[in-house]
Design a protein around this ligand. Structure first.
Ligand code: ADP
Ligand code: MG
Length: 422
């Protein structure tokens, strides 16, 4: 199928109200409309959803979108319904639907009303769903958060490993679109291999975030005071503080509150109601700071998060990049401050010791990269981008001066010694 550029732009305007495509979106969409297997690697916030939503809306049949999180799927379905004013245009198929709801979804698909069907991977393994999907017209399959397929990714989900097999059962020549914000070469290889899309047209955007300032500070026993000071210096701005454990999240949120900072905790141990109310308070700016475990953030679209603090160093550079990436999405200021002590690395190593050996080895390798990043004396941006397979020449306009090592050069040995003695 060939669709003129003007038509694509018209469709973008009609469906989403945007005037221009972002980054590689247009080329990706053309590749999908041409029926290619397509692989999209774009940082978070790069606009990956639109890459499959728009061609799905433009084509005959239903696009199946596999996504790991029900909340994410619901947001997207609501957004699509909002722009088209047609409820049947997008649906989620999952185990929480009752019989009547499932029937409605199926009817809308059969009558070709539904252009986007979001499913969790475990719903796709259900025989009755596979049987049904075999019988209808599928435009393509989009695998969002495709890194979930890889043990080298930050969010491995075994169910993702079955996808290729299931897609094969649904149809013979269904184009497959993989999308991820994980740029490491190992994860990319895994995705291509597991989805069986070796000939895929690949589109990779730059992972540079020029407006983010990266800083790593030694973590001392006064880390709470350091965090309070930082937050107070940034009064009225929105920020996230990541901690490793739920307990630490609760404690630190309280410490911040006691010190007059509008902060709330967020972690998976809170009930759903508190979680969603805390998230809303953050989005509505009733509070300034969310102290959270990594349970917070995926799919949260707050453009003006001004700082992301890591009270504990993350377990990999991907995690660090994802979490810091929630700052400055609007292109404005975004300060990424991580506190680092080698003791925390030992703690993370210890957590892993109960896991299967293969997993431990991967975990260890990823963690060592994190150590190297924390202790490096070269440009942090250069380090991150190199890790993602990109060369960076420290150009100023592209954020070349936006990290502590470039602004305040220090000797590597000095940095290492410091860290060891904390
Ligand atoms: P990703 O999945 O890559 O993290 P999203 O698909 O969630 O990114 O998109 C991030 C944001 O960018 C969303 O708010 C979306 O509405 C916006 N966006 C996407 N494409 C465009 C565009 N062409 N013009 C303006 N905004 C866009
Ligand atoms: Mg996305």
């Amino acid at each position: 199928m060939s669709i003129a550029k003007a038509d694509l732009q018209g469709a973008l305007k009609t469906y989403f109200g945007f005037n221009t495509f972002k980054g590689l979106q247009e080329s990706v969409i053309k590749s999908i409309l041409d029926g290619n297997h397509t692989f999209v690697i774009m940082p978070t916030g790069g606009g990956k959803s639109l890459c499959y939503q728009l061609p799905a809306l433009m084509q005959e049949g239903t696009a199946i979108v596999v996504s790991p999180l029900i909340a994410l799927m619901k947001n997207q379905v609501d957004a699509i319904r909002g722009v088209s004013n047609e409820e049947g245009i997008a649906h989620v198929l999952n185990s929480s639907l009752n019989k009547t709801e499932v029937k409605r979804v199926k009817e809308d698909i059969v009558s070709q009303k539904t252009k986007l069907l979001y499913v969790a991977p475990e719903s796709l393994t259900k025989e009755e769903n596979v049987e049904f999907l075999r019988s209808v017209k599928i435009s393509f399959m989009a695998i969002d958060e495709a890194h979930c397929i890889s043990e080298w990714g930050h969010d491995f989900r075994p169910e993702y490993r079955n996808l290729r097999h299931i897609i094969g059962r649904i149809g013979d020549n269904i184009p497959i679109i993989g999308l991820t914000a994980t740029a490491t070469p190992k994860v990319q290889e895994d995705i291509i291999k597991n989805l069986g899309i070796s000939g895929a047209k690949t589109f990779k955007a730059s992972f540079n975030r020029p407006n983010l300032y990266y800083e790593v500070r030694p973590k001392t026993k006064n880390v709470d005071v350091d965090i309070i000071r930082f937050v107070k210096q940034n009064e009225g701005k929105s920020g996230i503080v990541y901690c490793l454990s739920r307990k630490r999240v609760e404690e630190l949120a309280q410490v911040l509150q006691v010190n007059g900072i509008k902060a709330v905790p967020y972690h998976a141990g809170l009930d759903a109601k508190s979680r969603s109310s805390h998230q809303d308070m953050f989005l509505m700016e009733d509070i300034d700071v969310v102290v959270a475990t990594i349970a917070f953030g995926m799919g949260i679209d707050k453009p003006d998060v001004r700082f992301v603090i890591h009270h504990d160093i993350p377990k990999s550079i991907e995690s660090y990049y994802q979490e810091t990436g929630r700052a400055g999405r609007d292109g404005g200021e975004g300060h990424c401050l991580a506190f680092y002590s080698y003791k925390d690395i030992e703690k993370l190593e210890k957590f892993m010791s109960g896991k299967p050996v293969a997993e431990q080895e991967i975990g260890h390798a990823l963690l060592q990269e994190m150590v190297a990043f924390a202790e490096t004396s070269i440009s942090r941006r250069k380090f991150i981008l190199h890790y993602f397979g990109e060369e960076f020449d420290n150009a100023i306009g592209e954020g070349g001066d936006m990290d502590d090592n470039v602004r305040h050069p220090k000797k590597k040995t000095e940095a290492k010694d410091n860290a060891k003695f904390l």
